[in-house]
Design a binder for this molecule. Structure first.
Ligand code: ATP
Ligand code: MG
Length: 354
């Protein structure tokens, strides 16, 4: 095989038809004619979700895929599996390292017949945000779908709230503001998260928030019957979901209010051992705050736990929530850029036990 460069082109000269065929086959192979396993990086979101000049948006969209993202067929055999990080209704999340690079990832393994699960991969592919877990690769076997995510190793907020009893108001402000930016980004992309709860909010090694688990999320404009479906975890369901009205982005602001309450108080606002009673409490119970909760925090949570979705804070956009006096001291642009020191650095879960 002889090669010669002419202008920008490379000319290959073969000695026989067989050699030509062999080269075409080899090139097709490296081009990856199989389903791509690589997730192109979308443009990063903007903290306020608006006001980004068109020129800047284009510049951001030009972010390059990571070097590791070379097109290649990938399978679970390319990873060493270390342990199970979490189990859920539809699958499990495994701590793995990639054999070729030694890099650690969390791989969510989902049984394929769960229709909603391909939505999880689509949604994660379309989002890149500092406070939302990043998807690096997605591939499928005959029965399962594999989502290769960044490994977030600071533990679930659920664990930390249980550990500390409750968080200081400063700490709730920090996590609350980061979660708020993540929700705003999702809603800006027309995604309703639908599974906001302490178990799905992780801390990274520095103590920043990362939202995971898009298994129940949906695109808002998917106008089908599932709009009225009861989807989510009972304790976090908005009243309109319980009574079977249309799900809208407002359900996330309700659940966000529940999460803020739990972080501040260390217990659930509608708690009961009886599931029927939880439903009743969500629909009717007066919310009681412990004495230590400030007037601003009560006001914010009260407006988020507004039973009418039309009147609920956030329904007019995340800016409404950012503008609440509880967040008056937060510089959201600095926060988005991770220029605000987290209030707590987690003790890291050792990545791989050796
Ligand atoms: N990227 C990640 N890094 C570290 N741990 C993770 C990551 N993603 C998930 N986990 C852990 O695994 C647990 C289960 O993951 P996830 O919430 O995505 O699945 P699930 O609850 O089973 O999903 P579903 O509700 O769709 O059935 C999480 O609560 C978290 O503790
Ligand atoms: Mg989960």
């Amino acid at each position: 095989m002889l090669t010669e460069k002419k202008g920008g082109r490379i000319i290959l000269s073969a000695g026989s038809q067989q050699e030509v065929d062999d080269w075409i086959a080899a090139i097709r192979k490296v081009q990856g004619t199989e389903k791509s396993a690589v997730v192109e990086e979308p443009a990063p979101a903007h903290p306020t979700g608006q006001g980004v000049p068109e020129s800047k948006r284009h510049a951001e969209a030009a972010v390059e895929s990571p070097a590791e993202g070379k097109r290649a067929k990938m399978s679970i055999a390319d990873f060493d599996i270390h342990k199970v990080l979490g189990r859920g209704k539809f699958g499990k999340v495994l701590l793995c390292s990639q054999k070729s690079t030694g890099k650690t990832y969390a791989i969510k393994v989902i049984k394929k017949h769960e229709d909603s699960k391909s939505t999880e991969s689509q949604i994660l592919r379309s989002i890149r945000h500092p406070f939302i877990v990043a998807l690096h690769y997605a591939f499928q076997g005959t029965e399962r779908l594999f989502l290769v995510m960044e490994y977030v190793n600071g533990g679930e907020l659920y664990f930390h709230v249980s550990n500390f009893g409750r968080f200081s108001e400063e700490r709730v402000r920090f996590y609350g503001a980061e979660i708020l930016l993540a929700v705003q980004c999702l809603h800006g992309k027309g995604v309703i998260y639908r599974d906001m709860k302490l178990e799905n909010i992780l801390l990274d090694k520095d103590g920043h928030v990362k939202i995971t688990d898009f298994g129940l999320s949906k695109q808002e404009d998917d106008d089908d019957d599932s709009d009225t479906s009861v989807v989510g975890t009972l304790e976090y369901l908005a009243p309109e979901v319980i009574i079977g009205l249309k799900n809208s982005a407002a359900v996330d602001w309700w659940a966000y209010g529940v999460v803020l309450f739990e972080m501040l108080c260390g217990f659930h606002p509608f708690y009961s051992e009886d599931r029927e009673e939880i439903r009743d409490n969500i629909l009717k119970a007066k919310i009681e705050y412990p004495n230590h909760v400030s007037a601003n925090a009560r006001d914010l949570i009260g407006r988020l736990l507004e039973r009418s979705p039309k009147k609920r804070l956030g329904t007019g956009g995340g800016q409404e929530v950012q503008g609440h006096p509880f967040f008056a001291s937060v510089d959201f642009v600095k926060l988005f850029n991770k220029q605000i020191e987290p209030p707590f650095k987690p003790e890291l879960v050792r990545a791989v036990s050796i």
